[in-house]
Every structure is written in C-alpha cells, then in structure tokens.
Design a binder for this molecule. Structure first.
Ligand SMILES: [Zn+2]
Length: 677
C-alpha cells in the first residue's frame, strides 16, 4: 500500500513567503499544527509564485527534507505549471501561451501563462527540472495548474502541432478542435510527468488541482488525467461565505471526484482564508465544518494559508484547523478508505458543460421555436439545486458522469436523476434505456437528451420513448407566473401543501406517448398575476413504465427554477416522494435544523457523519444552533450493532428491526462522528 492510501491526510500548505524563515515555519507552524504532510511552496519563493530550480533550491531542499523527517512529516513539493513572472517571460518568449493575435496570455496582472504542449520548449525544460527534483528524497509533487486558456493557444508549437493533427491551419479551427487540442496538451503534459516519476521507481505521489463540475475550459479534463495521478483534488474549500453561496461546494465536488477516482483518494483544497481575500481568515466554525464535511464525504483536507504563519498561526481559523487535524489523526480508524452507501445517483454531464452553452444560441431547438440565450436550461444550476434538496432530505447519493453510465455498476442504483442533461451521446442514452428496462428508475428534467454530445440540436429527445413523449417539443415560457396541478392522487402527491404549485419558467410541451400518463399538468402561461386560470393545459410531469422500470419526466427546469425564482416547500416534497417511491432509504433523520448526514462503509463497519449547518440564516457561520433529540434510522447489514460517538453525543432508545437500526441522539453541536460495528 502506498503511503497516501488508507490513512487520512492532513496536508499543510503555506502558500507564500513574505519574510518568515523557512525552517521557523516548519518547526513552529507545520510541525505544531497537527499536520502529517506538507505541500511545500514557501521554500522556493519570495512572494506567492514558486517554481522549483535545482540550481537555486536543491541544497536547501535536502536540509529541509532532513528536518521534516525529524518531525515525522511527509513532504510534497509544489511546482507551478501555469505561469511565469516577468523576467523568465522576457528571457523565454517561446514558453508563453499566445492569443490569436500573437500576444502573450497574462495571469494575475504580473505573470504570463506558459504553454504546456508536450512538444513545446517550456514542457521540455520542465521535465528536466522534474527529473532533478525526484532525485531528492521527496514524497510527492503537486502541480499547480496546468491551465490552457480557452482563448489560446496560438504559439508556434501549437500552430505546427495543430496543422499536423487536423490537416488545416489553426486559423480555420472549429471550437471543438481547439478544445480537443488544449485537452490533449494538458493530458500529454501530465502523462509524460507520470512516466518520468514511474521511471525513477520511487514512491512519489503526483497530484494537481483537478477540475470538478466544470467544462474543459482550462484544458483540464479529470477523466482523462485520472490514470496519471494518485490523488484527485478540487478547490471545494476556496470560498467566500456570502449568504448566497452554496454550503455544499465541498460535498458535490468530492462526490464527483470520488466517482472519477475509482477508489483513488480524494482531497479537498481548503483555503483557511476567504477566497480572494488572502489576509482574512475563516471563522473557527466555518473551518471546523469544512473539515468535517470533507472527511465525511471521503475527501482528505489540504489546509492552505495565503499569508505569513507568523501573522496567522494564532487566528481562530488556524487554531480550529489544528484542533481538527489532531481530532482526525487521533481517530484514524474512522477515516480509513471508505465507501459510499448511496442507492441514488445524480448525473453530471461533461458533454453538456462543454457543448450546450456554446452552441445553443446558434441552434434551432424545434421547428416552431428558435431558442435564445435566456431560454437555455442550466445543467449546473439544476444539478446543484437537486443536490441541495437531496442533502436536506439526508438522501445518500453519488454524483456520476457519462462514463459511469456506461459501466455495469450503475445497476446498484435504485434511481438516477438527470438534471437538465441536455447533451447526450447515443451510447449514453442506450445505456440509460437499458438501465430502466432492467428495472431502474429515472427522473429527468427539461431538455434532457435533446442535443447530441457535441451540442447539435436533435429533432427529438434521445430518451423520448423512455420518458414517454413523442413528436416535437414546443417551448412554453412563463413570462412571470404560471401554475401546475396534479391530475390525480399519486405516489408523487403525498404531503403537498397546495392544489396549485408554481410552474417552472422554461417548459417543453410534448405529446404523450401511448401508455404514458401526465401526473401533473401545467396551465398555459398566464398574461399576468391577477387573472383567472386559463383552461388549456399540457403535460408537466409524465410517468412512463418502461420494461421492468419506470421513468418520471418533469418537462420544465424544475430544480433550478425552485432555487433561483420561486422557492417553495412542494418541489422538495415531490422529489422526496420520488425517492420514497423508487428507492429504499439508507438514512432517515427526523428533527428540525439543517444537518448533512453521510453514512459510509469501512470494510464491515459503518461510520455516520452528522454535520450541523444550522446557523442564524447568515454566513459566515460563527455559532451553530445545537440540535436535540434527533431521530435517526439507518439501513445496515450488520447484526447487533454497537454505536460509539466521538464528540459527546449519547445515542438512546436503540432499536433494531430487520436491517433497520433506529436511535435518538440527545445532542448535536457542530458535528458528530459515530462508529457502528
Ligand atoms: Zn501553445
């Protein structure tokens, strides 16, 4: 087993050198804050930008590594692979990424972006540096970048490379060809780095800042890079705790990376300071909750500060980080390699992220309507909104992608949600069809599968026959207010608070296929707020039995509309009803407050993570409202379970019935971790 596997990592990152002595930083901050690993940048810089140079840093590195060993710390070297400062830019103009007009691409106002094309001169000298670096007794390399911006690259190497690969000059390139070229450059650059490390025969961890829930706009495609890295990481913890910002960023990014990693460890990059405000730290409560959320979702924590340790090591945030590092390392048995217990999946579509927005305006959506930019769905927003509703319901779910859908393992899910997955290949639609045919359940929204994987509009949804619709869709938009209603009592109407519900803003009117049923209908758009309801309706929520399974199709942009426009209590209830009707619950939790509940499995044990996000409806979190008397029911496959809490909670009224374990937790402060064996 490699050193970074099957144990929690607490990674320290001091992201600058503003005058603190490097060895003082090591002795007084890194070693005393409870970290077991350092990702070291400050040794190689004055300021915030660092690139390793054997000549300038080699000797100092050896001394630093020796001192680190005395502290029992692993050392990962930071390497900037996306930009260079002014002096090297002038000395090596051939290293730089260039725009179509030949001018270099700038970064941060003081640097220039480098072109990582593996056939280019920057990459070649970089590999020499890496060869020199791995001769030292380091434990890992972190690559900051690489980034190939979406307005490049027109450097000499890329121009030549493009002509050879695509058979025409780069000036005639299509958007997809340029995207493909940038992704190939980044992938080739990392692949060759991996080969150099492997050739050394040393156990050296390689990782970088991966892209998660984002199109390939930086050339970094996580599925393509995964084979060459040991740890997948994303900046879920670089955030500003503004009231409107998602409290689930760490959770959703960790979930997607866990899926892509196929068992490789994941790390959440957590800036101890507020993102973009290098010298203002997070509160203690924000810090503890972000730590607890990361580990709960199977991700290690990388804790970075962007100011001097001498100034910030005694801040509330840094002290909370120290407390959490020590807690995690004192409870390693709770943070070993673990597995999700989800029976529901939410699908992320890289094709939609890459190709839907760009092509939509130029594409006729149907014969009747030309869709304009403001009528586009929003896959990312729809996914986040579904995630929010699922998390508030304590539903255990994974985030999967196109590649996952092609694997046998999707059979383990009772239900799959397709949040406005507009772009879909034939292969993916056929796999989803097979999944439903074999007994699976789908919930799809708006224009799911109405475009091919490259963003070209199709005459009908690729999943039309599964979703129970036929013919061509007409776009129906509610300029202001609209309503929908149930056509009868069904499995989806339980617990609704009102007979009329707000209708999504963007809707497709379809003809029902034979055998399909509209469980809800939308009223024709209203001309204003205070008018009587129109008589005309069209299907809003369609149920279609297909093979041994069943598909539910909401023809509007349901979840995103709910989060951004007309928040209401009934859409989450419809989703809860869908989950209850199609999937057996893994975790249920009764009680007020906002609690993230994650049940994970480690061999034959379970670990239940409860993170209390009940604040005063304001960010940043400063004081969390303690919760009392939470009623928890878990679905487990162990007999006579024994519970052990780690943060002072007392489980009472334990009852087991079949595979169900229920108990009451007397108190939940910020978080609790319960081992069940
Ligand atoms: Zn280039």
């Amino acid at each position: 087993m490699k050193w970074w596997e099957n144990q929690p990592l607490t990674i320290c990152a001091v992201q600058c050198n503003l005058g603190d002595d490097a060895f003082w930083v090591l002795d007084e901050y890194v070693a005393k804050q409870g970290f077991n690993t350092e990702q070291c940048l400050h040794l190689f810089t004055k300021g915030h930008f660092a690139t390793y140079s054997e000549e300038r840093h080699g000797e100092k590195l050896d001394q630093y590594l020796a001192r680190s060993r005395e502290h029992g710390l692993r050392q990962i070297c930071y390497y900037n692979t996306h930009c260079v400062e002014e002096a090297p830019s002038k000395e090596h103009p051939e290293w730089l990424q260039r725009k179509a007009d030949g001018s270099p691409l700038e970064a941060y106002g003081v640097c220039n972006m480098v072109c990582v094309n593996p056939r280019g001169p920057w990459h070649k000298q970089y590999l020499e540096n890496i060869r020199a670096l791995i001769k030292h007794e380091i434990d890992g390399i972190f690559l900051d970048g690489p980034v190939m911006r979406n307005i490049g690259c027109y450097c000499e190497t890329c121009q030549k490379d493009f002509l050879e690969k695509y058979g025409h000059p780069i000036e005639q390139a299509t958007r997809l060809e340029l995207q493909d070229m940038r992704v190939n450059s980044v992938t080739g650059h990392i692949k060759e780095t991996r080969e150099v490390i492997d050739a050394s025969g040393k156990e050296i961890l390689l990782y970088l800042n991966n892209s998660a829930l984002r199109g390939d706009i930086t050339g970094s495609n996580t599925r393509k890079l995964e084979p060459y890295v040991d740890l997948l990481g994303a900046e879920g913890g670089f955030y500003r705790p503004a009231p409107g910002n998602s409290i689930w960023a760490v959770t959703v990014k960790s979930k997607l990376l866990e899926t892509i990693g196929k068992g490789k460890p994941v790390v959440n990059f957590f800036a101890g300071n507020q993102s973009g405000t290098a010298y203002y730290m997070h509160t203690a409560a924000e810090t503890r909750l972000t730590y607890a959320t990361s580990y709960a979702n199977g991700a290690n924590v990388w804790y970075g500060i962007h100011g001097s340790p001498s100034m910030f090591k005694d801040s509330d945030g840094a002290k909370a980080s120290k407390e959490m590092n020590k807690f995690v390392l004192a409870h390693k048995f709770l943070y070993q390699k673990s597995h999700s217990t989800a029976r529901v999946a939410l699908m992320w579509s890289q094709d939609t992220a890459n190709n839907y927005g760009a092509s939509y305006e130029a594409t006729d959506f149907t014969e009747q309507q030309v869709v304009t930019a403001k009528e586009k769905g929003d896959h990312y927003g729809e996914l986040l909104s579904f995630a929010d509703m699922l998390l508030r319901n304590h539903t255990q779910f994974d985030i999967i992608d196109e590649y996952s859908v092609t694997l046998e393992e999707i059979k383990k899910y009772d239900s799959i949600i397709l949040p406005n997955v507009s772009c879909m290949s034939k292969e993916v639609s056929e796999k989803l069809e097979g999944y439903v045919n074999a007994g699976g359940h789908l919930l799809a929204t708006y224009d799911t599968a109405c475009f091919d994987e490259h963003g070209k509009g199709l005459s009908a949804s690729r999943l039309a026959h599964v979703l129970g619709v036929c013919g061509k869709a007409a776009l129906r938009t509610s300029p202001d207010v609209g309503y929908m209603k149930a056509t009868r009592d069904s499995e989806l109407t339980k617990g609704l608070t009102a007979p009329l519900l707000p209708n999504p803003k963007l809707n497709l009117e379809w003809t029902l296929a034979e055998g399909a049923e509209a469980l809800f209908v939308s009223y024709w758009p209203l001309p204003g707020c205070y008018v009587s309801l129109p008589e005309k309706t069209y299907p809003a929520l369609i149920k279609n039995a297909f093979g041994k399974g069943c598909a539910y199709y909401i023809t509007g942009n349901f979840a995103n509309f709910m989060m951004t426009t007309y928040a209401n209590a009934d859409y989450p209830q419809i989703l809860r009803n869908f989950i209850a009707a199609t999937s057996s619950p893994v975790v249920s939790l009764e009680g007020p407050g906002l609690v993230e509940a994650v049940l994970r499995k480690i061999d034959s044990r379970y670990v239940l993570h409860l993170i209390n996000k009940t604040g005063a409806m304001a960010r940043p979190f400063t004081d969390i409202v303690p919760l009392h008397g939470l009623k928890i029911t878990l679905s487990l496959d162990i007999k006579n379970p024994v519970l052990k809490t780690t943060r002072g909670g007392n489980p009472a009224n334990l009852k087991t019935k079949g595979k169900k374990l229920s108990f009451t937790l007397d108190a939940l402060n910020e978080f609790e971790v319960i081992e069940i064996r």
